[in-house]
Ligand binder design. Structure first.
Ligand code: JHZ
Length: 413
């Protein structure tokens, strides 16, 4: 069995060994390591959250890698919990179909397919679909619901097996997983080997530009090994016989990139927007260590503001709970030292309800708890869904409750 944590010494994208430590966040347990009641007396180990910038290709990344068997085999995040996200995937699937116009029965493969939310839209449009996801519990459910899902980690070897059994794929997707994989070179070679000559690989990842601009530091956790930007990715794909041909900024998870990639000699022309984005990244300073010093100062500023707000409320005898138990809440709670502040957290995902948060062991309850326990304030830890959550719980506001949105700026509603 591989160790719980291992340390790499080279850049994940270009293999250079010159890396600058540019940010250190408070160590945390794995962000989704929720525990059941019988384990709350256990102390969960915290692992470093140190962020490095590659001096050669400027890719931002973690070098401490938690064993993916521990992170992903039994997973609690389910894409379909958030209706806005489902709608996002519907539009995304249709855009890809319009771009590729797949032949009848063409194959779509989704890497990290979770509960099959995206694949279902391809299937509805007549494509053959195949999911690959290491989360045994979620892959089984997806297969039972009609989306064939192989319960494993994607790799080049595995891509070859898929190719033998199912043939080449016209569309391959990987959403919110391209940041999660340590050996990106191997899976990218697998994608290349599995792709039809005129097929496309599409991926979405949280965008570093948004993380920096909006101080979304809490999206830094062990599952996210990479904080992608366009320039290093473009170089990376070209080294692997592929070509980045389009980039789009999409609003999911506070700001993400959608990349479209084809084989190096594929039929489509590259969009001039790629060069525009690379220029914008230079202006934002994403390739400079100093940028991360001001990022760290911004994190401290939000920490001060939020801690003061919560401390003042507590001093007035107010009760505070959390809404949403996203992975990123683990980083926020640890780095801002908020373990003792929240009485409980509610989350709509039944997979998280009645568990306890990683490390601090704050109880996660169904949303009805808000109306039974009547906290004075709810801090929205799933800040990317603040609007939807507030709309859904207008009655909490009507009864005198208030919401606190922690990021990008502390806001009370
Ligand atoms: P959400 C996930 O991160 C996990 P997380 C993963 N590691 C990843 O890479 C990123 O996405 C990109 C709840 N909720 O989507 C559901 C409600 O309770 O921001 C979720 O637990 N009620 C793969 O975990 C959480 O909030 C609601 O009405 O940070 C949101 O988690 C809504 C809308 C959400 O991702």
């Amino acid at each position: 069995m591989k160790p719980v944590i291992s340390r790499r010494n080279t850049c994940r994208l270009c293999s250079d060994s010159h890396l600058d430590l540019v940010l250190q966040l408070t160590p945390t347990p794995p962000a989704n390591a929720f525990v059941p009641a019988e384990r709350i007396s256990e102390i969960q180990e915290a692992y470093p959250l140190n962020v490095f910038l590659c001096k050669a290709c400027k890719h931002l990344q973690l070098l401490d890698v938690i064993n993916p068997e521990i992170l992903f085999r039994n997973y609690v995040y389910v894409s379909s919990t958030s209706p806005a996200f489902v709608e996002h995937f519907r539009k995304y699937a249709y855009e890809l179909i319009d771009m590729v116009t797949p032949a009848k029965d063409a194959l779509a493969v989704d890497i990290g397919s979770n509960d099959g939310t995206l694949l279902r839209f391809f299937k509805d449009r007549g494509m053959r679909v195949l999911g690959v996801d290491p989360a045994l519990n979620i892959a089984r459910k997806a297969t039972e619901s009609g989306i064939d899902t192989l319960p494993t980690f994607f790799s080049r070897d595995f891509a070859h097996r898929i190719r033998e059994k199912y043939g080449l794929a016209t569309i391959i997707t990987a959403n919110n997983v391209f940041a999660h994989i340590d050996d990106l070179a191997d899976i990218t070679d697998g994608i290349r080997d599995l792709l039809f000559p005129d097929g496309v690989f599409a991926f979405e990842v949280s965008y570093l530009g948004d993380v920096i601009e909006k101080t979304f530091f809490d999206t830094i956790y062990h599952e996210h090994l990479s904080y992608h930007s366009v320039k290093p990715l473009k170089l990376f794909f070209s080294r692997h016989g592929m070509k980045l041909i389009d980039i789009k900024r999409v609003p999911t998870h506070g700001g993400s990139l959608r990349g479209i990639v084809q084989l190096a000699d594929g039929p489509r022309k590259a969009s001039h927007f790629i060069t525009k984005m690379i220029n914008l990244e230079r202006e934002m300073g994403l390739d400079r260590s100093e940028t991360f010093k001001s990022f760290a100062a911004n994190i401290d500023r939000v920490k001060f503001r939020l801690s003061k707000t919560l401390k003042d409320l507590k001093a007035l005898g107010k009760t505070i709970a959390g809404y949403g138990a996203p992975a990123k809440a683990t980083t926020l709670l640890y780095h801002f030292d908020l373990g003792g502040v929240l009485d409980f957290i509610v989350d709509d995902s039944t997979l998280k309800q009645n568990l306890f948060t990683p490390g601090y062991h704050i109880p996660v309850l169904p949303p009805e708890a808000i109306y039974q326990r009547k906290p004075d304030y709810l801090i929205i830890l799933a800040w990317n869904f603040a609007q939807q959550i507030i709309e859904k719980h207008q009655s909490f506001l009507d009864k005198g409750g208030r919401f606190i949105i922690p990021l990008p700026e502390v806001e009370i509603k």
